[in-house]
Design a protein around this ligand. Structure first.
Ligand code: ADP
Ligand code: GN1
Ligand code: MG
Length: 369
């Protein structure tokens, strides 16, 4: 008998405009929020692959606004690439439309789905093993900045209010500590203290932005390595993906959130904390790639705060994991019981290492700016 999962995927595929027969699918399990599948459709005897996703509407309360941002940004980038005489097919996401001309379909059970072309000959990396991968990912996010430097920021929908408002993230964290909903606080007093001790340094950048010292740009806001596609053969970057959180933001946050993954010597949920540190070779590789592309756009204040962005984003993300652990794992997907806590511990150590090595990181940024 056909699974409900397959029935759903067949219904989604049928509602988009392209012709073809549903053949089979694979689940892609890398992300923490949405549900992602690779779906194979047969057309004129040939198999075509698509990425079909169910958007998490607990996280994205206004999914139509998410798709509006994505449509705006991808069309803008596509036009820029085409204007250089190059085919944009492999360099920007292409979402399918329904017969009604929408970039999404809603199934009878309320599920919100979308579908984009699988970029031919592409691959991604959950953990960036080499400096080459890290440098290419830096170029990809730097280029994204460059492409969108003249995109009208005010046209973007705020799909998750206060997403990188580190000040507010601290408030939410403190509320979760007080509420102690999942009765787990007793196990994590040390980690709570650890994050509270970093509040000043982690919120510095957000406060600078509030004072008007840093400009708001179009930012990606989820710049981990797995959100870049690479050419399977040459290893060069092709495109930035996972555009759900594109919103106005600080360039240092895009830089820093990427470093959180790209320059961590351990995994995002590394259990062996002796393995967690900043890989300075990878930090330099990312900086070279990113600044090489986006550097000329940046103000002096922006350049001098890139390294601080790594600390802010590592603390913020780790504290979000700890908040979710305290709340009872409602936001991030977990693959085992304590995963949010493991993630939070790893980020705390990583942030402490970054703070110890801020001068080194700063010197590298200055070298490339
Ligand atoms: P999530 O929100 O679950 O993180 P992503 O959009 O990042 O979802 O997709 C998850 C993974 O699926 C990516 O890391 C990449 O390996 C693959 N992927 C997503 N979109 C494409 C695409 N258009 N072409 C090729 N691979 C893709
Ligand atoms: C989530 O969807 P995914 O896995 O790419 C999260 C990011 C976090 C990231 C941590 C909408 O991203 O903010 O930095 O996990 N996305 C959302 O790995 O909250
Ligand atoms: Mg992703």
């Amino acid at each position: 008998m056909m699974t409900v999962e397959e029935k759903r995927l067949r219904a989604v595929v049928a509602s988009f405009e392209f012709e073809g027969e549903f053949r089979h699918y694979e689940l892609i399990e890398s992300g923490h929020i949405n549900t992602t599948y690779k779906v194979f459709v047969e057309r004129h005897g040939e198999l075509k692959d698509y990425i079909v996703q169910r958007l998490n509407t607990y996280v994205f309360k206004n999914p139509e606004a998410v798709m509006k941002n994505i449509a705006g940004v991808t069309e803008f980038i596509r036009a820029k690439i085409k204007a250089t005489g190059v085919s944009a097919k492999r360099y920007v996401l292409h979402y399918a439309k329904t017969a009604e001309g929408q970039y999404y379909t809603i199934l009878p059970d309320g599920g919100f789905w979308r579908c984009c072309r699988f970029i031919d000959g592409s691959k991604s990396f959950l953990f960036p093993e080499t400096e080459r991968i890290v440098e290419e990912s830096g170029k990809a996010f730097g280029e994204f900045q460059r492409h969108l430097s003249d995109y009208p920021v005010k046209d973007l929908e705020i799909v998750i209010p206060h997403f990188h408002n580190t000040v507010m993230r601290y408030e939410t964290f403190k509320q979760s500590v007080q509420a102690n909903t999942a009765k787990r606080r007793v196990w994590v007093e040390e980690e709570i203290e650890g994050y509270l001790a970093l509040e000043e340094i982690a919120t510095r950048l957000y406060k600078m932005q509030r004072k008007g010292e840093l400009p708001l740009r179009v930012t990606h806001n989820d710049t981990k390595t797995s959100n870049v596609l690479f050419d399977e053969e040459t290893g060069e970057y092709l495109s930035v993906i996972d555009l759900d959180t594109v919103m106005p933001g600080l360039v240092a946050f895009d830089f820093g959130d990427a470093i959180r993954i790209a320059a961590n010597t351990g995994a995002e949920d590394e259990k062996d904390l002796t393995k967690v540190n900043v890989d300075m070779g990878k930090f330099e590789a990312f900086t070279r790639g990113f600044v090489g592309k986006a550097g000329p756009l940046l103000t002096e204040n922006e350049k001098s705060t890139l390294a601080l962005g790594a600390i802010a984003m590592t603390v913020e993300c780790g504290m979000r994991f700890l908040t979710d652990y305290l709340d009872g794992d409602k936001y991030f997907k977990v693959h085992y019981a304590e995963q949010n806590l493991v993630r939070a511990r790893c980020h705390l150590v990583l942030a402490q290492k970054m703070i110890e090595r801020l001068d080194e990181m700063q010197a590298i940024v200055e070298k490339y700016c």
